[in-house]
Design a protein around this ligand. Structure first.
Ligand code: NAD
Length: 360
């Protein structure tokens, strides 16, 4: 029945899911057997963090509202010092991937447990992956110390996520599922989760774009994001993530939007080498072709489709192509410079993904 043997190593973690589940925060925090929370958030979400402080009462030792994109080391150091100064023995990270990333930076050194309350679809709460940016360079690593012990998924907290951000954050999550479908270390469990993740996110996002207040659609998206984060943790990423990391690192392009633009093109490149993954993906998208279906989804969600619109210059295409080919991630299809250049040029212009006919 299975074509190959595999290893599946589920990660520990407790999930409380459902509209209104933030009400379980105090109980879930106490469940961790800690009593002095440091609450972290971005400046934009400090009102939400203050609500958390009020809910936790004497269980809250302080709020650090300075989380920023890609976890600058200076902010991580300041947060670590503050955690130690207030004697925090637990972290509540409430927000998107940047906030959860800051919580992870604190836990990496102190080993204090994280309770994560995600408010976007980035999926960091399900992974032992951390990132820190020092002197303009982002370094990532893995440690079980940073894996949140408890995650509260409350779809009501995502009602405020603007439609445009919902679309790009959701497609970023779909990208985690897509690469899990053709990952070299995929297994039947991750494949099942990834396909279901794409299905839930694609359906949910289409409803959210018309009706951002739909709790049911928001729940579907958050459920999909949970699955997406789980498969990101369990499998290796490939060409698509390599291209996005390269574009983000070299040109400072925005994270989720870059994923949104590149994904259909990376999928078109890999399609000839991963027919089973493409069939699952197309089915989950209810599309005839996976790459075209992803492009159509972005268009229907009014999400960005061109790197040019994100600020890339045409003159950057060659150096990004070369950088993406250096130290490549494992990928189902061997990397050909001409094919990668064609892919990036299509993404730059925002044209439909090309069917790749060059040899596999
Ligand atoms: P983000 O966390 O940077 O949030 C973007 C903005 O949206 C912030 O101002 C935030 O306050 C605001 N926001 C968040 N939720 C909101 C809501 N519900 N309503 C209104 N505003 C809201 O963005 P992100 O896309 O969630 O995270 C991106 C970062 O996460 C990147 O640095 C990426 O590398 C990282 N990431 C890490 C992992 C991992 O496993 N370590 C996985 C995915 C992403």
């Amino acid at each position: 029945m299975f074509q190959k043997s595999f290893i599946y190593a589920p990660l520990p973690g407790r999930v409380a899911f459902g509209a209104g589940s933030l009400e379980q925060l105090s109980r879930e925090f106490a469940e961790l057997q800690v009593g002095r929370a440091l609450v972290v958030c971005t400046p934009e979400q400090s009102d939400l963090a203050e609500k958390v402080r009020a809910t936790l009462g004497s269980q809250c030792a302080g709020v650090f509202p300075k989380a920023a994109m890609h976890v600058p080391i200076e902010i991580a150091r300041e947060a670590r010092a503050y955690a130690s100064q207030i004697g925090a023995d637990g972290i509540v990270a409430i927000g998107g991937g940047s906030t959860i990333g800051l919580g992870k930076a604190i836990a990496l050194e102190s080993s204090i447990p994280i309770l994560a309350v995600p408010t976007t679809y980035a999926g960091s709460e399900m992974t032992p992956i951390y990132g820190l940016t020092e002197s303009g360079e982002k370094k990532t690593g893995r440690s079980l110390n940073v894996l949140p012990r408890t995650v509260i998924y409350d779809p009501l907290l995502t009602l405020t996520l603007p439609v445009a951000m919902s679309a790009t954050s959701g497609i970023n999550a779909i990208a985690h599922c897509v690469e899990a479908l053709y990952a070299e270390n995929a297994n039947p469990i991750t494949t099942m989760m990834a396909e279901e993740g794409v299905r839930a996110l694609a359906r949910g996002l289409l409803i959210v774009s018309d009706n951002p207040e739909s709790v049911d659609a928001r729940s579907q998206c958050l459920y999909g994001a949970w699955l997406a984060g789980s498969v990101l943790a369990a499998t290796s990423v490939a060409l698509h993530h390599k291209l996005c990391h390269t574009l983000g690192g070299m040109l400072n392009l925005p994270h989720a939007q870059t994923h949104t633009v590149v994904l259909p093109h990376a999928v078109a490149y890999n399609a000839p080498a991963a027919p089973q993954a493409m069939a699952r993906l197309a089915k989950a998208l209810t599309a005839e072709d996976a790459a075209q279906g992803l492009f159509d989804l972005a268009v229907r969600l009014d999400a960005p489709t061109s790197l040019k619109a994100l600020g890339m210059r045409e003159s950057d295409l060659d150096r990004v192509t070369d950088a993406a080919l250096a130290a490549p991630y494992p990928n189902p299809r061997p990397l050909h410079r001409d094919g990668i250049r064609v892919l990036l040029e299509a993404a730059y212009h925002g044209s439909r993904p090309h069917a790749m006919t060059t040899p596999i």
